[in-house]
Unconditional design. Structure first.
Length: 604
């Protein structure tokens, strides 16, 4: 639905909560970015898609309906064939006792669509307006599960050539069964919230696995004979060499699903049974999360916010692959991205595109390494520099020199925790006094699965569980239950785990602790629900430790103290919260489970 800009302004003005300065700023942004005003209103969080659609519905005097796709009966939905429903962006969502059909549309002003719907369904229609995302969810109800969809497509391909037969152009055409198979695999991956799709050849079949919330799940097995055409189709989309099967290849392509653009970073690898394909899914339409949404709170949040507004110095992030470092950096750089600063990055690979930033892709074949890229960036008059990873002495030295000469530098290292990051720079040959004077904060992080708020369960821990918690989280060494209660109250005041207002959401506006005991804990429902695909978890949240490089920590660095001594000092003197305790507080707040926190921190 495209709402005219003049009407958007009228709706905002009618809402009465927006200043003329905000509207003027949006108009300037509209001219510079050449995007519709309604998109900018939603992107800048001035109004949600639902709220804007409601205002529009009131203006055009068409009732708004908040569709619940799962509650629409299949026989009601099927009254309008899928092809027509998708063509005209309309669904039948209810039929009353008098036989009147209730139709939801994205654009009730589409005269051509209305005329056709009246011809198809009769004159007894009651038209409603809904949001694009809710309508897409309803349209998805026409589809079966991935297994039935793939079975249907593959059945059309039964007469195709056997595995070793040469693949011709018709196998790889846009409308071929193989192309449809690839489209279905990607579409279901996106809708399931997968971060990666793995297509893995086995001796007798091809296994498809999705990584959802950090966990790999096998979803389907395809006939072995499809492997050659499947990998060739993906290679064509990714601009790879389809006749190269002995060497690894990398590529990238974009798709649009439900109106959002996704970039797929593709990697192929020859293994013993054929070529394995891994596709990383990146939502290019996603907005950066604010720090509270990522999971920062308390002193960790204030230390981070203070560090990133300094005119120069270094902010380092550490954690294993897949711990969310790129997402955190994306949010930080987006928060700093204004027209009066020059943000330049060198990354491997470029995962998130930041409008207005100058992002460079590492290319070792062409000699574009992190060190060479950073050296070139320094001649580009940057204010803020982001180096994807400090891997060697040369990059470390250049990054420190850049921080010393008036640049704010962000980068990542691979260490187990925040304190280990500083000795790691010492091992690379960086002088201790340079580390002490340039590094502002070090952030260590992990990702834990977030409990599904629609089906999570609460329980009262018994004495055995309380003893185990005290042992696992060393509560006696960390101030005991009383200190945990104080931390939880602070987390609650910062909005961590606060009730979302969802009617299915168990109330979390009160702490789960008192000054003397833990009164309740949370766990995933064994069978889950439709909302979380029967896993008990939906999405992920970060757990963090933020080491602030204060004067006392700087003295320890210059004195070549061990990482253990630095961590102990940060905890006792600077009140740093470790990742494990941050996760424990979030488990008390009902955001995750104790098991999840221990799963990702047990080696710390």
């Amino acid at each position: 639905m495209r709402i005219p800009d003049s009407l958007v302004e009228k709706l905002l003005d009618k809402g009465g909560s927006f200043s003329k300065e905000q509207l003027a700023s949006l108009r300037e942004q509209e001219i510079s970015e050449k995007k519709p005003l309604q998109d900018l209103v939603i992107r800048n969080n001035l109004l949600s898609e639902k709220d804007l659609t409601k205002l529009y519905a009131d203006e055009v005097e068409v009732p708004f309906v908040e569709l619940n796709a799962r509650e629409i009966k299949h026989d009601v939905l099927k009254q309008l064939p899928e092809r027509i429903a998708r063509q005209y962006n309309a669904v039948v969502f209810d039929v009353d006792d008098a036989g009147i059909r209730y139709v939801a549309m994205e654009d009730p002003d589409d005269i051509q669509a209305l005329n056709f719907l009246h011809k198809q369904l009769g004159s007894d229609l009651k038209v409603h307006i809904t949001t694009s995302s809710l309508l897409q969810a309803a349209l998805d109800q026409y589809r079966g599960n991935i297994s039935s969809e793939l079975t249907k497509v593959i059945a059309d391909d039964e007469a195709e050539a056997k595995e070793n037969e040469e693949i011709d152009e018709t196998d790889l055409a846009e409308d071929s069964p193989i192309a449809q198979t690839v489209n279905i695999l990607i579409e279901y991956g996106v809708k399931a919230g997968a971060s990666d799709i793995h297509i893995e050849p086995r001796e007798n079949d091809v296994v498809v696995r999705y990584r959802i919330d950090g966990m790999l799940r096998e979803t389907n097995k395809l006939p072995r004979k499809l492997l050659g055409a499947l990998t060739s189709r993906i290679k064509i989309l990714s601009n790879m060499k389809i006749d190269e099967h002995r060497a690894p290849q990398d590529g990238r392509f974009k798709v649009e699903v439900n109106g959002q653009v996704y970039a797929l970073r593709v990697s192929t690898l020859p293994i013993i049974d054929g070529e394995k394909v891994a596709m990383r899914i990146l939502n290019e339409s996603s907005k950066p999360s604010d720090f509270a949404e990522l999971g920062f709170w308390g002193t960790a949040l204030s230390d981070l916010q203070h560090a990133i507004v300094q005119p120069h110095g270094m902010v380092l992030l550490t954690g294993p692959t897949g711990s969310g470092k790129s997402t955190t950096l994306f949010s930080v750089l987006s928060a700093l991205n204004t027209p009066n600063v020059n943000i330049s990055t060198v990354e491997d690979p470029v995962e998130y595109h930041i409008i207005g930033a100058n992002q460079t892709q590492v290319n070792s074949v062409a000699g574009m390494t992190f060190a060479n890229g950073l050296r070139a960036l320094l001649r580009q008059d940057p204010n803020i520099i982001m180096v994807g990873e400090i891997r060697d002495v040369e990059t470390a030295d250049l990054a420190v020199q850049a921080a010393l000469t008036g640049h704010l530098v962000f980068s990542t290292l691979h260490t187990n925790n925040a304190a280990t990051c500083l000795p790691r720079l010492l091992e690379m040959g960086v002088e201790p006094f340079l580390i002490a004077s340039t590094v502002h904060v070090v952030i260590a992080q992990r990702l834990v699965r977030r409990l599904c708020i629609d089906c999570r369960e609460v329980f009262a821990p018994d004495s055995t569980i309380l003893k185990q918690l005290s042992k696992s989280f060393r509560l006696d060494e960390n101030g005991g239950i009383k200190h945990m209660h104080e931390l939880e109250v602070k987390a609650l005041s910062d909005g961590i785990g606060k009730s979302s207002g969802n009617k299915k959401d168990t109330e979390t506006d009160q702490p789960s602790t008192t000054a003397s005991t833990i009164t309740r804990l949370w766990k995933a429902h064994e069978e889950g629900c439709d909302s979380c695909n029967h896993t008990g978890y939906k999405g992920r949240i970060g757990i963090y430790e933020v080491l602030n490089n204060t004067g006392s920590i700087q003295k320890m660095i210059v004195s070549n103290n061990t990482s253990e001594a630095i961590e102990d000092a940060a905890i006792s003197e600077e009140h740093m919260l470790t990742m494990q305790l941050d996760g424990f507080i979030k488990a008390l707040r009902g955001q995750t489970t104790i098991e999840e926190v221990l799963r990702v921190t047990e080696q710390e």
